[in-house]
Design a protein around this ligand. Structure first.
Ligand SMILES: Cc1cc2nc3c(=O)[nH]c(=O)nc-3n(C[C@H](O)[C@H](O)[C@H](O)COP(=O)(O)OP(=O)(O)OC[C@H]3O[C@@H](n4cnc5c(N)ncnc54)[C@H](O)[C@@H]3O)c2cc1C
Length: 422
């Protein structure tokens, strides 16, 4: 059958979502015999820059979690709205998509999935091979500076200073670049409040001093921010040279992203280092140590789950000499240790970016997007995918999955839109 329709499709942003969308668009067009001219406009010199640096250069592609409801719970923003898109393209589809193109993925014990090569170039090579195969036109150093809906229904893009491009459908996949939000706004869209997500906390407290690299497998964290409800998380925690990091803390930063920004990143965090559930359990733990070590110095007998270095710092925080024998420890001192073990209050002084993965929360209001197709409800022919939308996940591959899912849906529907198959 000969192609029946010629369609020009412009994708603004040659990042994860835009490139994935371009491939899906080309594949659907081929399958349905629709003639398409797909152009991806990328402002910078290189495509897929974040994919390259992602996951410490390994690219944490998705997460090994196959229950869609559970998966959606990993998105502080977009949780409810992502449920139906994820039914269409989920982590298992991502795995299959890459496998079908010769890229095997593996998962680690925490569920994060990477290419078996442990190299993000494998993902980039795969994408570039696919775009080449489908004759997608990749145009770098092309900054889309303005967008206009024309009377004939088409959409005009202004590129760099003096060029223009007319398309039947346009995908805005500009990630968290401010210009992308401006393009959406110029066509009538609203942008929800933008705030950094996935950051670590700056804390200066004696209990953390000289302990960079110390980790806790299961700590419970409670974040108290003025004028906000408390946030809580449990999981692995890491002491860094500037404060605290680790999976549990990063999750906390994502859930509280906006509230922390409003509080100028000043808040209190209460750490229960061993997730000991109640006071009496903590009392019993320390009483047992005390009773079996009456003649030992307190610096030399401590809970097994803690490192000696951390225990000694805890004693410094409590102003208790490590040389004292356990038998000399008063009730008051014991209570102080218990308090700092299960309810250690630390002042957060600011934030630092988590270098392995960070995102912006906020973006195009999801109420203005038809999430079945990713098309704008305000401007026909305009589509959105990826981080430009008000969707963001916790760390672990959830942000890329959202980029693939929305790109896959948008790409397919852009091809179908005017062909009558839509
Ligand atoms: C250091 C780091 C590591 C990360 N690691 C992971 C990870 O391992 N796993 C994970 O799930 N997530 C990770 N993330 C998050 C993930 O990279 C993003 O969520 C994802 O890239 C979003 O995809 P996107 O296509 O929406 O945006 P992007 O990948 O940011 O792509 C947007 C592209 O649009 C271009 N652009 C913007 N405006 C214009 C314009 N006006 N004209 C033309 N081009 C434009 C930009 O230059 C950019 O190339 C990481 C993020 C960072 C910063």
């Amino acid at each position: 059958m000969s192609p029946t329709k010629k369609k020009t499709i412009a994708i603004i942003g040659g990042g994860a979502s835009g490139i994935f969308a371009s491939i899906r668009c080309a594949e659907i067009a081929k399958e349905k015999d629709i003639d398409v001219n797909i152009c991806v406009f990328e402002a910078t010199t290189s495509f897929l820059r974040k994919v390259r640096i992602s996951g410490g250069g390994r690219c944490n592609v998705t997460h090994h979690l196959f229950d869609i409801k559970d998966f959606s719970l990993k998105y502080p923003r977009g949780q409810k709205e992502l449920l139906s898109p994820l039914q269409k393209f989920h982590a298992s589809n991502t795995i299959e998509w890459f496998e079908n193109r010769g890229v095997a993925l593996k998962h680690e014990s925490d569920g994060r999935m990477f290419p078996v090569t442990d190299n993000s170039e494998t993902i980039i090579d795969c994408f570039l091979k696919e775009t080449h195969k489908h004759k997608v036109k990749l145009k770098n150093k092309t900054n889309v500076t303005a967008i206009n809906k024309l009377q004939n229904g088409k959409i005009a893009l202004s590129i760099n200073k003096d060029e223009s491009f007319i398309a039947d459908s346009v995908l805005i996949a500009t990630g968290s670049k401010p210009l992308g939000y401006d393009l959406a706004k110029s066509l009538g869209h609203s942008i929800t409040e933008i705030a950094p997500s996935l950051f670590t906390f700056k804390i200066a407290d004696p209990v953390l001093e000289n302990l960079s690299g110390t980790s806790f497998t299961n700590a419970t964290l409670t974040l108290n921010i003025e004028n906000a409800k408390p946030f809580a998380e449990t999981g692995a925690l890491l002491i860094t040279h500037w404060g605290l990091s680790g999976p549990a803390l990063l999750k906390l930063s994502a859930w509280a992203a906006r509230e922390m920004m409003h509080a100028d990143y000043k808040a209190k965090i209460i750490v229960n280092w061993l997730s000991i559930e109640n006071l009496s359990d903590a009392e019993n733990l320390l009483k047992d140590i005390k009773n079996s070590n009456t003649k030992t110095s307190i610096g030399n007998a401590y809970p097994k789950a803690l490192t000696k270095r951390f225990w000694l710092q805890l004693l410094v925080k409590c102003s208790i000499s490590k040389e004292k024998n356990w038998s000399e420890i008063s009730k008051n001192e014991l209570n102080q240790i218990i308090e700092n073990l299960i309810h250690c209050e630390l002042s957060i002084l600011g934030k630092s970016r988590f270098k392995e993965e960070f995102v912006e929360c906020g973006g195009v209001d999801l109420k203005e997007i038809n999430l079945k197709t990713m098309e704008s409800k305000i401007c026909s022919g305009l589509f959105f995918s990826g981080e430009v939308m008000d969707i963001d996940g916790i760390t672990g591959g959830f942000n890329f999955q959202s980029a693939w899912t929305s790109g896959w849906i948008a790409g397919g529907n852009m091809a179908l839109q005017e062909s009558g198959n839509y």
